[in-house]
Design a protein around this ligand. Structure first.
Ligand SMILES: C[S@@+](CC[C@H](N)C(=O)[O-])C[C@H]1O[C@@H](n2cnc3c(N)ncnc32)[C@H](O)[C@@H]1O
Length: 540
């Protein structure tokens, strides 16, 4: 019996996709799974099945590996009982307190480190141990990559049911592509204003009321109402950090009369500060959009901030999205330009893209070049302009447009209307006339979906985290396009969908008809648990 890990990350998906109930029944197996047939492991398991730590009990633990989503996997000495802990890293010995029991395992929080993990490096960011963004900044980058690669491999074996005993397995599973820029790679960050500053335990008595308690930064993990104040973020660009510092420098000044939005009383003005970095088409230098999300339209209140920020040379656009709802979203019902232009530009694979405050764009431009090159290579277009590409979950059309140059026609489908109009605008901007973008919900594809376009030679599918709906999987299995390039930001749902496409869906009597030719993990977001994969499937 292998040590088991939680399926919590997938639980919410099951509500939208019944096929995922199957996924819930499965358990992640860790690297410890290799001990399955070890008699000592069996003995441990026998002890483990009768052992369960009590809530609030403290345990001395050692982190053995990182599970999907970056939690540390540990086993209680002599029992083999599995506990999961956030913010511990492989090899780290620590004291953990049991917070909750969850099925066959327990969750603990770290009380203190006894000895650091084996690949320890100093995190350059002062917020690294609190902020929810970077979980592994003090793990040497090579070890981050090893952990991500291992997670993908285990998911593909345990969820995808691909065997590592298959001689082809090792040529299919490619080593992870590192990101050679590990800091300042994000072109978009969204900070929140809050009336309750989150402080680590050791600083709690310094808490003050009123303006001193105002914060601008990132939501503390697990809190919708508490904000960790951040003066500088190591993931965003330098010009974005300059704009953040300029706002931090003055937004609490009483004469300005600015107040943060309070998530409880639903009062206050400033909700979010979004910073997006693009590139000037002529000079290639960075250009910055600053977007204030506010609860009402009061440009006179923002004027002093606008004056201060517009003095930063890279700032070319200051926007105001007005969102009157009580929700946490940054998309406004109304949008106003307070300074400069309403869009910034970026170049990807030689194409130009116009980015507005709310349009989707790959958040790591540098690594998106690498990702899109891999997608192009997998698509393997002949380049004679004879092939049809179906671009599912096309967003603002970036993948389809980069392929259009070598294809006969690209058909893109996407649920968000704004993204579809951005895709059409991007096609025009780049003089691409052989791409059609259509708004549609791919979770609802019916029998006649295939009548809307000619039979594709290549399907690109790039769903968001829940992966593909069963209706779409069925459609693809009937469509039988010669080649599918599956791009995924969630290796768990990716492994499940690969299983369906290759091995079929036995409970529905549906046969798979694809062969997995390659699976390439790509690190798009160093220091975070996110993993991207590009998979090539060919009709078998
Ligand atoms: C991971 S993004 C990929 C975007 C694009 N391929 C790119 O590389 O920029 C996933 C896209 O799927 C869209 N999407 C999510 N659910 C969808 C659905 N049910 N039907 C169609 N599109 C959907 C999202 O709006 C988002 O644009």
């Amino acid at each position: 019996m292998a040590a088991t890990l939680p399926t919590h990350s997938l639980r919410h998906l099951a509500t939208t996709n019944p096929s995922l109930h199957r996924l819930q029944k499965l358990r992640f197996t860790t690297s410890l799974a290799c001990l399955t047939h070890d008699p000592q492991q069996q003995q441990q398991h026998n002890k483990s099945s009768s052992y369960f730590p009590k809530r609030d009990q403290t345990l001395e633990l050692e982190c053995e590996s990182l599970a999907f989503k970056g939690k540390g996997v540990c086993k209680v000495a002599d029992t083999g009982f599995v506990v999961m802990c956030d913010r511990v890293l492989p090899g780290e010995r620590f004291i953990g307190r049991v917070t909750r029991r969850k099925g066959t395992y327990a969750e603990v929080t770290k009380v203190k480190t006894i000895s650091p993990h084996r690949d320890f490096v100093d995190a350059p960011c002062e917020y690294a141990s609190y902020c929810g963004g970077c979980k592994t900044q003090n793990l040497i980058y090579e070890a981050q990559l090893r952990a991500k690669e291992q997670q993908v491999r285990e998911l593909v074996i345990n969820f995808g049911k691909f065997s590592d005993k298959d001689p082809e397995f090792f040529s299919i599973m490619k080593p992870i592509v590192p990101c050679d820029i590990q800091f300042h790679y994000r072109n978009k960050m969204e900070f929140s204003f809050g009336s309750q500053k989150w402080l680590p335990k050791e600083l709690l008595e310094e808490r003050q009321d009123g303006i001193e308690n105002y914060a601008l930064g990132l939501h503390a993990p697990g809190f919708f109402d508490k904000v960790l104040n951040v003066n500088k973020c190591f993931l965003q660009s330098e010009p974005a950090n300059m704009a953040l510092a300029a706002v931090q420098d003055c937004w609490r000044d009483s004469p300005l009369g600015l107040s943060p939005y309070d998530a409880h009383s639903h009062t206050g003005f400033l909700k979010h500060l979004m910073l997006r970095t693009g590139r000037n088409m002529k000079t290639g230098l960075p250009e910055l959009m600053v977007n204030f999300v506010t609860s009402s339209y009061r440009p006179e209140l923002l004027k002093p901030l606008v004056e201060k920020i517009s003095a930063i040379p890279e700032v070319v656009s200051i926007m105001n999205n007005v969102n009157t709802s009580v929700g946490n979203t940054s998309v406004g019902e109304e949008e106003y330009t307070l300074y400069g232009k309403s869009t910034i530009t970026e170049i990807l694979r030689g194409l130009m893209f116009q980015i507005s405050a709310n349009s989707f764009f790959q958040t790591n431009t540098h690594q998106a070049e690498v990702l899109y090159k891999l997608i192009e290579d997998c698509a393997g277009l002949r380049g004679d302009g004879s092939e049809i590409v179906l671009d599912l979950f096309c967003g603002t059309g970036t993948i389809g447009l980069t392929l259009a140059r070598r294809a006969k026609h690209v058909y893109g489908y996407e649920v968000v209307a704004q993204a579809v109009s951005d895709a059409r605008r991007n096609a025009k901007l780049n003089n691409i006339n052989n791409a059609t973008f259509v708004q549609g919900d791919l979770n609802k594809v019916g029998e006649n979906f295939g009548n809307s376009f000619p039979k594709p030679d290549i399907v690109i599918s790039d769903p968001n985290r829940p992966g593909m709906h069963m209706k779409l999987i069925r459609f693809l299995l009937k469509l039988k396009a010669p080649r599918i390039v599956y791009v995924s930001c969630n290796p768990a749902t990716c492994a499940r969908d690969l299983d369906y496409l290759c091995h079929g869906i036995s409970e529905k009597n549906i046969n798979g008809c694809y062969k997995l030719k390659s699976l390439q993990p790509v690190d798009m977001f160093p220091h975070t648990p996110h993993i991207e994969c590009v998979c090539l499937l060919e009709l078998s």
